[in-house]
Ligand binder design. Structure first.
Ligand code: WT7
Length: 620
């Protein structure tokens, strides 16, 4: 700001909004381009091309560039396992491991545009595998390790992956989760799959299939430590990340090399003000967009040192996170409100056992942070001195879109204002700005890290996000703007749940439930929960010949766990004889939702079976 004579935050926002090309061009120049771009942006709503004509590779910028500089011997990751093991990996070491893996993948015939599924927990091989794919121009699709085999299969088949990478097992709350054994059940149903690479981590017994399964350590052992980087176009795809939509079918969100890199680099730099001497810890899972952007790519683009932790935040005791902050002197810490609320419950005696004075800045992401949690975080973790960056964004946006900067005045519970160059608004059903009360949160300008399409589904890209209001991106969230222009995000307006910061579609859980042979119909809604934000609450009608029982509840929960993963297993299972329906037979989720929340059910005159509403009361 000094360089451009910009005196304050408001002037920065104004200058950036007036001339977004100037803003992004300045920042893009901080990265290395094999060939410069001709235009910053071509925008033909809803199709954007950023840094057109530029030749670029994100791995070159995340690694190759740093090993040419003094950062070569700087630690890129401090990794801590759940059992307490510690590994520190410098940029040079990471560069070599990535090159070896990239060579190994090339040796397996993986090249530009080929898809690779990565099904790994929070171990260093996860960023290594992602960066290796990017280096050779392959497109990675990371599947969260908390999803179970069938969810993996569905995603791997949609992307038609050639190679998949997994692990023998990993640790969670002291138990070994046998990921390879789990995925073995579905591998024969993924016809495009040629090879499975397995990382040795938990030393549990696995069956390796001849000709298909390969050990990670064996295939990289004799590989060269250098590997030519594929010269990509700015707009070439970098990864697909599946996320929940309003239907049961997950959406394959596609991000690209150039604009994505510039967007996440800029936001990490400006929102978290990272300096070379900082220790950065984004305590999310790489299986979600937060980890892709702010554990893997952005910190490496900046040449930062990051902490990466394998296990559960409260294991073996509720001070694990605070112990890690103290041990490594974490200075900037980024987590989710659900985690904060969980620690509020355990009490301040846990953080008080640790010296957290290294912290200078905090962050929050994933769901609205309630003012009580904000205050607790501020007081007990930040010692009343650290500003909290409440960052609103999504898998689709790739980068923070509504967020404060460290120079902004904060209001607890507000994500403050759009990032420079971004124009956000809250509109009514006709697309008109609303000045009072809530409405649809929309974005009116393109941004570099925006997703470019939905994989193999360009129509859904247009329909789901750009067709409701002309020239506006529909976020799916409800928000309100106060008189000072501060944004207050209230949550999803569609049938997507936010359970402990995990995005889960009610339709996906419903279809898992009805795939169980005893179930006739299922309705799933979110139930407010003081810690998790929302809990998954299901209502079930059983087929003839099946009876409700505690065992049946248990079986249904287990079934969803197998179908999707532990994160989607419903907290409550309620059996009813009938679900409230319209005359055309559609389940009235609105009515069920109101009942669960204890709200007034409103107009139920269109119901075919009003007595089903009373039955909900009995079930609850
Ligand atoms: C949804 C996107 C972006 C990384 C994590 C989730 C909710 C996200 C905030 C925030 C209020 C938030 C929204 C959004 N959300 N950040 N700071 N305040 N709500 O990514 O899985 O794509 O979920 O998370 O509802 O639509 P995601």
């Amino acid at each position: 700001m000094k360089r451009y004579g910009i005196k304050d935050y408001d002037e920065l926002l104004k200058r950036a909004l007036d001339d977004p090309d100037w803003f992004w061009d300045e920042l893009a120049r901080e990265l290395e381009w094999f060939q410069p771009y001709q235009n910053v942006l071509k925008w033909d709503v809803p199709h954007a091309e950023w840094f057109c004509g530029g030749k670029f590779n994100i791995t070159h910028n995340a690694l190759d560039r740093h090993v040419q500089s003094w950062r070569k011997n700087k630690v890129a990751y401090i990794w801590e396992g759940e059992l307490g093991q510690v590994k520190k990996m410098t940029y040079q070491e990471l560069y070599r491991r990535v090159n070896q893996m990239a060579n190994a993948l090339r040796g397996l015939g993986v090249g530009r545009g080929d898809r690779v599924a990565i099904y790994l927990p929070m171990i260093l091989e996860l960023p290594i595998a992602m960066l290796a794919c990017a280096k050779i121009g392959a497109v990675h699709s990371v599947v969260f390790s908390g999803f179970w085999a069938k969810a993996f299969k569905e995603r791997a088949n949609d992307a038609k992956v050639k190679v998949a990478i997994t692990v023998d097992g990993f640790y969670r709350r002291g138990k070994v989760i046998p990921l390879k054994e789990n995925v073995d059940k579905v591998l024969d149903d993924i016809p495009s799959l040629e090879k499975l690479i397995v990382v040795r981590h938990a030393d549990c017994q696995v069956q390796m299939k001849n000709g298909r399964d390969l050990w990670w350590d064996e295939i990289i052992k004799n590989q060269e430590r250098e590997c030519p980087t594929e010269v990509m176009n700015s707009e070439d795809p970098l990864f697909i990340l599946y996320t929940s939509g309003t239907t049961g079918k997950p959406k394959g969100v596609v991000h690209v090399h150039g604009g994505y890199a510039v967007g996440i680099y800029t936001t990490l730099k400006m929102v978290f003000d990272l300096k070379d001497e900082d220790i950065w810890w984004c305590a999310a899972d790489i299986g979600w967009i937060t980890g892709h952007s702010y554990i893997v790519y952005a910190p490496l683009l900046m040449g930062a040192t990051s902490v990466m932790y394998e296990g559960a935040p409260d294991y073996p005791e509720p001070d694990r996170l605070w112990q890690i902050i103290e041990e490594y002197g974490v200075s900037v810490f980024y987590t989710a409100p659900t985690t904060i609320r969980m620690f509020m419950k355990h009490g301040e005696k846990w953080p008080q056992k640790h010296d957290l004075s290294s912290l200078r800045l905090l962050g929050s992401v994933g769901e609205p942070i309630n003012p009580e949690a904000w205050m607790w975080y501020h007081k007990h973790i930040g010692n009343r001195q650290c500003p909290i960056m409440d960052t609103w964004w999504q898998t689709e946006t790739g980068m923070h879109l509504i967020t404060p900067l460290p120079i902004t005045s904060l209001k607890p519970g507000s994500a403050v204002k759009p990032f420079p160059t971004v124009e956000a608004d809250v509109v009514d059903d006709d697309g008109k700005s609303v000045t009072e009360g809530g409405g649809h949160l929309v974005i009116k300008t393109p941004w570099p890290a925006m997703f470019r399409t939905l994989y193999k589904d360009p129509e859904r890209y247009v329909d789901a996000y750009w067709s409701r209001f002309p020239d506006m991106y529909l976020s799916g969230d409800v928000a309100r703007v106060d008189e000072e222009g501060y944004f207050w995000i209230q949550g999803r307006e569609d049938d997507v749940l936010n359970v402990a910061g995990h995005r889960i579609s009610t339709a996906e859980v419903e279809s898992a439930l009805v795939s169980y042979d005893a179930v006739a119909e299922a309705a799933v809604v979110g139930k407010p929960d003081p810690v998790k934000g929302e809990e998954i609450c299901s209502f079930i009608t059983l087929k003839e010949g099946f009876k409700p029982s505690p065992r049946m509840k248990h079986l249904l929960r287990e079934h969803v766990r197998e179908e999707i993963g532990p994160v989607a297993s419903p907290a409550c299972v309620n059996f009813v004889d009938d679900l409230p329906k319209t005359r055309s037979g559609k389940i009235m989720r609105r009515v069920i939702k109101a009942k669960v929340k204890g709200d007034d059910v409103g107009d139920i005159s269109t119901l075919a079976n009003p007595e089903a509403v009373d039955e909900l009361d009995n079930a609850l």
